[in-house]
Design a protein around this ligand. Structure first.
Ligand code: PLP
Length: 399
């Protein structure tokens, strides 16, 4: 087990993460290496972030060139690479314009501000509320933790920011409660990531979108985890026949370089005028370079199509394992955002996999979350399956 951090180093960082006993010092493609030189198959992708694998050549080359030219300039000046990234994102989606932030939470913060301002600009002063869903995850800042529909995230941080109403995901009765006369927007994930890898129901989300449209309520999608090819299309909404007004991105957008974005239709984005919102770093030359190279590579190499192919293979094999090992209760997800509802706590399997040089995650207590890089091959999937089958065999024998 590798954990060579000195005590001093360990305690100089605040204790906000339950860290695994592993120190990663290098990564390439689907693999990472520890400080002890051990090689691991990384099926976490830095939590759905390194979607092109670790240190992808094209993004590395673009960043290296940008490092020699200009790192940062404030948003008070024109930034051509930021404009190029925005153009590429809008040309490949239904949105008209983009705003850049540094993280997912900040992208959601911007979307929430935009929704409130939009209602005011429409003369609907009374519409100040945003509907979100139970088991959702929207971030850790003051406002986005309030948007998140999980008590455990709120705990200890009262008073929680007002203005959010939590309804039940995929629940028919929730649809009737969306418009209470005070709602300005609905914010949701199309597959709840942190909350347990719960895909949205197609009929339910179509009806939800229709209700939003009929009542002038903004439909805002948090695609921070589902976007950037993760579910088999560049953005997950493409698979549901719905037309969101606003979408947030982060995680996979910069291949690990911190960047987030809010994409919006012109009619909504018009509510953001000079002075209403901003960021020092958001979309700076280095971040925008990472984003642009990532999106370009993803499109040039048809990564979303590749995700569909390997995902179908992966799901069929996981379902075969489910038939053999009853500890696997449900196989769920979309594309390469995969959740296995397990008999024992997910941590048990994560630790056993790590012993076999495979990294995986959890989503809630009993869901094992698998987030391979989108560039992963069927050979690597076979490698995962082989180790996972051994873990399952050993786990069932230990009962
Ligand atoms: C990770 C995540 C966030 C928060 O992003 P940060 O970059 O950690 O602030 C918000 N929403 C969803 C769906 C996420 O998966």
């Amino acid at each position: 087990m590798s954990n060579t951090l000195s005590k001093a180093t360990k305690f100089a960082v605040m204790n906000t993460y339950g860290r695994f006993p592993l120190t990663v010092v290098k990564g390439k493609g689907s693999y990472v290496w520890s400080d002890l030189g051990e090689k691991y198959l990384d099926y976490t992708s830095g939590i759905a972030t390194c979607n092109l694998g670790h240190v992808p050549d094209q993004v590395q080359a673009a960043l290296q060139e940008q490092l020699n030219t200009l790192w940062h300039v404030s948003n008070l000046y024109h930034i051509p690479i930021q404009e190029k990234l925005a153009t590429t994102l809008t040309e490949n989606s239904i949105f008209d314009v983009a705003f850049f932030s540094n993280s997912g939470a900040e992208a959601n913060e911007a979307a929430i501000k935009l929704a409130k301002k939009y209602a005011k600009d429409q003369g609907k002063e009374e519409r100040t509320e945003i509907v979100t869903f139970k088991q959702s995850f929207h971030g850790r800042t003051g406002t986005t933790l309030a948007a998140t529909g999980q008590d455990k995230i709120h705990e200890g941080f009262t008073p929680i920011a007002p203005g959010f109403r939590y309804l039940t995901y995929n629940d028919a009765e929730a649809l009737e409660k969306i418009d209470n006369g005070r709602t300005t927007a609905v914010l949701l994930e199309l597959v709840q990531g942190e909350g347990g890898v719960n895909p949205v129901d197609q009929t339910w989300v179509s009806e939800l979108a229709q209700i939003c449209k009929e009542n002038g309520i903004l439909l805002m999608l948090d695609e921070i985890q589902t976007g950037m090819g993760r579910t088999g299309t560049l953005f997950a909404y493409e698979q549901f026949g719905i037309e969101p007004d606003v979408m947030t991105l982060a995680k996979g957008l910069g291949s690990g370089f911190p960047i987030g974005a809010v994409l919006a239709k012109d009619k909504v984005a018009a509510s953001f005028t000079p002075g209403t919102h901003g960021s020092t770093f958001g979309g700076n030359p280095l971040a925008a370079t990472a984003g642009y190279a990532t999106v370009k590579t993803m499109l040039a190499e048809n990564i979303p199509e590749h995700v569909q192919e390997v995902s179908a293979y992966f799901f069929s094999k996981l379902n075969e394992l489910k038939e053999i090992y009853p500890e696997i209760k449900v196989v769920k997800g979309k594309g390469l955002l995969i959740g296995l509802e397990m008999e024992k706590a997910a941590g048990t399997y994560i630790n056993a996999l790590r012993e076999k040089n495979v990294l995986a995650l959890s989503a809630g207590e009993y869901v094992l979350r698998i987030l391979p890089p989108l560039t992963t091959t069927t050979e690597e999937i076979d490698e995962f399956l082989k180790q996972f089958a051994e873990v399952m065999m050993e786990s069932e024998h230990s009962n």
